[in-house]
Ligand binder design. Structure first.
Ligand code: SF4
Length: 239
């Protein structure tokens, strides 16, 4: 695969080929592990800049305190909320951020509120992005996993794989990467959910800071021009 110029995008079927290769290797992993909508939202806020194990500890603290609920979280003194969130890191910032997101959610769950299911996805996304501290990855995780909207989530693993495979130029921003996937992958919640889970598995098992291409299910589609290919035993393998 030749390296692409800035304005050019890979052919449409490439995104689905990657999906099929990953699915063939990993099967059908599903994400997100949570018992309720509000728990997914809490996890989406807490997972910023930390690993999932730490998020689970913080969620466990909230569960023990019977606070997996927007109103209960808003009623907690800020100092106590900070201590419950401490395992997730940046706990003071996250406590404030979680309060703002829970206030947004509680407002939508009010007796006289328009049901979330009746609000267009773009409006909800704009509302979430207007909350201080909520970026596109958090907003889209909430939309896909908590509110079941067909929105493709771009995370650090996605960016790394896209760049290492030269699918899009490195200077493409979040929206450009999302647009690429949303234009080339059927807009089905189950596929978006599964595709993201497959990318996370690839990142965890193969495509870390030191990529292990020789065992990765995406080795077949690593472009010949990739430096990773030149550096790894892949160059001895059949394409
Ligand atoms: S480990 Fe190598 S082959 Fe696998 S996704 Fe990363 S760059 Fe591609």
């Amino acid at each position: 695969m030749a390296k692409r110029s800035g304005a050019e995008s890979p052919p449409a079927n490439v995104a689905m080929r990657y999906y099929r290769l990953l699915k063939g290797h990993f099967g059908s992993p599903h994400w997100w592990p949570a018992q309720s909508t509000v728990e997914v939202i809490i996890g989406a806020v807490l997972t910023q800049n930390t690993n999932w194990r730490n998020v689970e500890k913080a969620i466990g603290n909230l569960a023990q305190r019977h606070c997996l609920d927007a109103v209960a979280i808003l009623a907690l003194p800020i100092g106590e909320l900070e201590q419950l969130l401490r395992p997730s890191g940046y706990f003071r910032i996250k406590a404030q951020r979680l309060r703002r997101v829970m206030a947004w959610y509680a407002q939508h769950m009010g007796a006289n509120a328009v049901p979330l299911s009746q609000i267009p996805t773009l409006n909800l996304r704009a509302e979430l992005l207007a909350i201080n501290g909520v970026g596109p990855e958090t907003a889209d995780s909430i939309l896909l996993y908590a509110l079941h909207r067909p929105v493709f989530v771009i995370d650090a693993y996605t960016r790394r794989i896209v760049h290492r495979h030269e699918l899009l130029d490195k200077d493409r921003d979040y929206d450009a990467l999302q647009q690429y996937f949303q234009q080339n992958v059927p807009a089905e919640i189950s596929i978006y959910n599964e595709y993201h889970a497959l990318i996370v598995q690839t990142g965890k098992h193969f495509c870390g800071p030191q990529p292990e291409c020789s065992h990765c299910p995406l080795r077949k589609v690593l472009p010949p021009s990739s430096q990773l290919r030149q550096m790894s035993p892949l160059k001895k393998m059949a394409p």
